[in-house]
Structure formats: C-alpha cells, structure tokens
Design a protein around this ligand. Structure first.
Ligand code: AHR
Length: 505
C-alpha cells in the first residue's frame, strides 16, 4: 500500500454515472454538526480554558476555535451524552463563583459548572453553530426541561426568562432543536428504563416543552446501537407513542476495527446505509399507523470511530483524560464513509453530529498549549466545504470485493452533490494496494473543468498524526483529474479519499 500511485497494480476501471435531474434531496447542512459533552477534556482544556495562553476574552481556546472554524460545523449538540442524564441545567447558570461543584456519575468525574448554558450559547453565536440541547430524562423531570425551554426561548416577564435576563441575555437564546434524553435504551444510562416508560416520560416532557414554545423541534431518543437486544423494538414503541410529536428520531453508531480486518472495516458503510434504511422504514411504518401527513426524520446525533481507548472512569477528577482516541488513515476513510452514507440518504437524514469535537473521540487534540489535527479532521473538512446543493443518485459500475462481515461492496465508495453548475464528487478507494481508475459521467451535461480537488491518503492504513512526527495524514491538492469527452477521469491510489468540485457545461 502507498501514498502515491502504484506502478503495477491498477484495477479495472470504475464508471460513475449521474444525471442532474436524478436528485435525492437537498443536503441538509445540519448533517455537518458536532457534539460537545461535559466529558473528559472536551470542554475544560478543550474549547474552554481560561488559563491557556490561547484563551480569548471569553476563556475559549482560540487555536481550537480556529481549527473548528475550518470544519464549518452547523448544529452543535450539548451538554451530553451520558452526562446529561444526571445534569441539572440550573447548576450551570448565574455568577460563576456561586455555581456548585458536583460529583458527576456518568464519567465519575467532578464537574465545576464553570461552563453552562449561557457560555454554550455564546460560543454557538461566536462560531455560527445552531444550538441543539439535550434534556435530562434520566434524573430530570418534565418540569425541569420545560423550565429550560422558558429560560432559553421566552421573552422576559416570567421567572426563568427573567433569570436569563439577569444573567446577561435580555434577548432569548432561540434554541430550536431539543433532544428528549440520551441513550435511554442503554443499560449504562443513568435512569435507563424500558421503551414504554421512556416513551411516557418523553411524551409528557415534549408536550410541556412545546407548550412553552410551539416552534421548537423535538428529537425522540431512538436505539443507540444496532447490537442492543431492543434494537428496532425500542424504536417502534417510541415512534408509536411519539411519532406525531417528535420531528426526528435519533440514531447513534460507533464503529471499530477490533478484528484488524481493514477491507471489512472499510466496507462498514454498507451497514451504516442499512441502519439508516431500517430506521427510515420504522418511521414510515409509524407514519402509516398514525395515518399522519407527518413523519419523523433521522437525526444521527452521535457517530464516529471508537474502539481503541476505553478510559471512561474519571476517578473523581476535573477534566480527566477520557476516550482520547488516536485516529489513523483507515479511521479517516471510515469517517468519509459515514458522510457518503448521509449524503446518499439526504432525503431522510436531516441532522448528524460527529461525536465529538475536541479531545474526546475528536478530530482535534490539545496537549498543554499545543494542538494536533487528527486524520479524521480532513474528510469532514473536505466534505463540509462542498456541502451545498442536492445529493444525486449515482450508479457505480466497477470491481467489488466481499467484506468478511459487511458483505459485497465496490472498491470505490462514492457520493455526489449538485450545486448549480458545479458538481461535487466524493470518492474513497477502499483497495489495500490497487490504484482505482475512475470515470465520472453526468449524462445530461458535460464536465468542463475541475475547480478544486484534494486527496487524503498516507503511507499505510495505520499511519497517524502525532506531535512528534507531525501531520502524516493531511489533505493535499489533487491535480490528476483529466477532462476528456465531457467526462472527468482520474486514477486514485489505494486507501485514499478524494473530494473534487467539477464545473459543468
Ligand atoms: O460520545 C461519548 C458517549 O457515547 C456519549 O456520552 C454517549 O451518548 C455515547 O454512548
């Protein structure tokens, strides 16, 4: 395997054919969202670190925020995660010196509450993120959730809105997206209950929240993993009870290469496609049962690679090192695979949040005053800057292989977005050691030129970025795209991801 083209090994050409009228749906920008949890060093020593020489006037790390700006994230889910199931939002507002320091049970850490609702909203405004709050359905009450909506969204004149005003924000925070709890189907979750009990709790809560602000959108908690015994039973029950109230249902997925089988790992995209299609089917079925014009859409509000680091015990510390996963090239290709899948399902996946953004399962890692960009940063950046437009159906005709658990897939994993006269094409070559020759045809148009293209690849599947060796895995300009007969032709090396913007005539 190599970072450049192999001279000997070329596989048979892959033909990708599109048509500008064969559109799936507009890509919802919210699929390029992130997730910021009070966990490990995500907030303290991550985005917020008043002691750091990089701290801005709000105590946020400017180096981290500058890197995050490159990802141009849209929605930002907060404050958890498992954390939220024991969190009381009123602990995190008001004068900082009066906020309680509490024992945090999800990650066995200590939470100082120095960062809370108002700091989060301020950060969202600074970064152009759409706020997305998760309410506590573990130890919280429907009333506590309803009060949070009032604190965030109501004009002054009543108790919680006035509290916001006295904390410095006269104007409402206008939080549109609210998640009804986190992973309540998981036995590890504080306050975990069976589906019917969750559904009652979530319905009561959601109804009260909507009475406070009818314009909010609600995300019901769906199955947090396909391996749980309750997968799909949970979702059917939740959708039966909440399908007419909730606008979205959540999906979570963390993938791994525990078998150390790179081809199969890279084929996991087909399992992600299947998970989306199964949840879509459940939503459609619930809609039919409700005989309703309204359906729930999919909110993939936690997704990423996670398997190498299992440190989840904070041992009673503030900002302990938890889940500081180191990402390699193959992980970055899998992250590209998630994004391919979301684009290909643009008609149903409306929100997605990579979990997470800094230090915990993250594309950015801080160490003291230094910061490292991890491999998974790049596919997100390469997609995100080409996200505007409508996802196109595409046919891939080319060589394929059989993954040990994920079945038969093409070596080339692909997705495409049409933005007026520009076509964004995303290609992953999953082969271990063969170049892939690819021809992109758009049936009703001609490809005139290439506006920009980048490639992400590296010396081998396990190569990582590190403070010592620097950025081995980083996007580089990709110039090897030829226009011939109105088509784009390129040869992409083994184990690489290419994003290109083509001009159409
Ligand atoms: O992202 C880390 C954890 O993963 C979240 O707290 C939880 O929701 C999920 O299991």
């Amino acid at each position: 395997m190599n970072s450049a083209l192999s001279n000997e090994k070329d596989m048979k050409r892959t033909e990708i054919v599109l048509h500008s009228k064969f559109q799936i749906a507009s890509v919802d920008p919210r699929i390029f969202g992130g997730f910021l949890e009070h966990m490990g060093r995500a907030i303290y020593q991550g985005v917020y670190d008043p002691e750091s020489p990089h701290a801005d006037a709000d105590g946020c790390r400017s180096d981290v925020l500058d890197a995050l700006r490159r990802l141009d994230m849209t929605s930002m889910r907060y404050p958890g995660g498992n954390f939220v199931s024991g969190y009381h939002w009123q602990d995190g507002i008001g004068a900082r010196e009066k906020r309680p320091t509490v024992r945090e049970l999800a990650w066995r850490s200590v939470e100082t509450n120095q960062f809370g609702t108002d700091e989060y909203i301020h950060l969202c405004r600074k970064m152009g993120w759409m706020p997305m709050l998760t309410v506590n359905l573990g130890t919280g009450t429907p009333e506590e959730a309803r009060n949070w909506v009032e604190y965030c969204n109501c004009p002054t004149g009543t108790r919680y809105a006035d509290m916001r005003d006295s904390n410095g924000s006269r104007q409402p925070h206008a939080v549109k997206l609210w998640c009804l709890g986190n992973e309540m189907d998981g036995p590890w979750q504080i306050g975990h209950v069976p589906a019917d009990q969750y559904a009652i709790r979530a319905r009561q809560t959601g109804e009260m929240m909507k009475k406070v602000d009818a314009s909010i959108e609600l995300v019901a908690g769906g199955s947090c993993g396909i391996n749980l015994k309750t997968y799909m039973d949970w979702d059917q029950e939740v959708l039966a009870q909440l399908g007419d109230l909730a606008d979205y249902i959540s999906l979570h997925r963390f993938v791994d290469n525990l078998n150390d089988d790179t081809p199969d790992y890279l084929a996991v995209t087909s399992a992600i496609d299947a998970q989306i299609e199964e949840m879509d089917a459940a939503c459609r079925c619930a809609q039919a049962r409700h005989r309703s014009a309204k359906r729930a859409y999919l909110c993939f509000d936690e997704w990423n690679v996670w398997y190498k680091n299992h440190e989840t015990d904070g041992q009673g510390k503030v900002a302990p090192h938890l889940l500081e996963e180191v990402y390699n090239l193959e992980d970055a290709l899998v992250v590209a695979g998630f994004l391919h899948s979301f684009v290909r399902h643009a008609d149903v996946v409306k929100i997605a949040n990579i979990a997470q953004i800094v230090n915990v399962l993250a594309p950015i890692h801080t160490r003291g005053d230094d910061m490292l960009i991890q491999s998974i940063f790049y596919p997100f950046e390469m997609f995100s800057k080409r996200r505007n437009g409508a996802a196109l159906r595409l046919t891939v005709d080319g060589p394929s292989y059989e993954g040990a658990t994920n079945g038969c897939v093409h070596y080339i994993d692909a997705s495409a977005i049409l933005d007026g006269n520009r076509l964004h094409v995303f290609l992953t070559n999953r082969a271990m050691d063969e170049n892939a020759e690819v021809c992109v045809t758009i049936a009703d148009k001609t490809v005139v030129s290439c506006e920009s293209a980048e490639i992400l690849t590296g010396p081998d599947a396990k190569a990582v970025n590190s403070p010592e060796d620097g950025e081995t895995i980083a996007a580089k300009p990709f110039e090897a795209i030829d226009m011939k007969d109105g088509q784009a032709h390129c040869k992409i090396p083994a184990l690489s991801f290419v994003a290109m913007t083509l001009n159409l005539g």
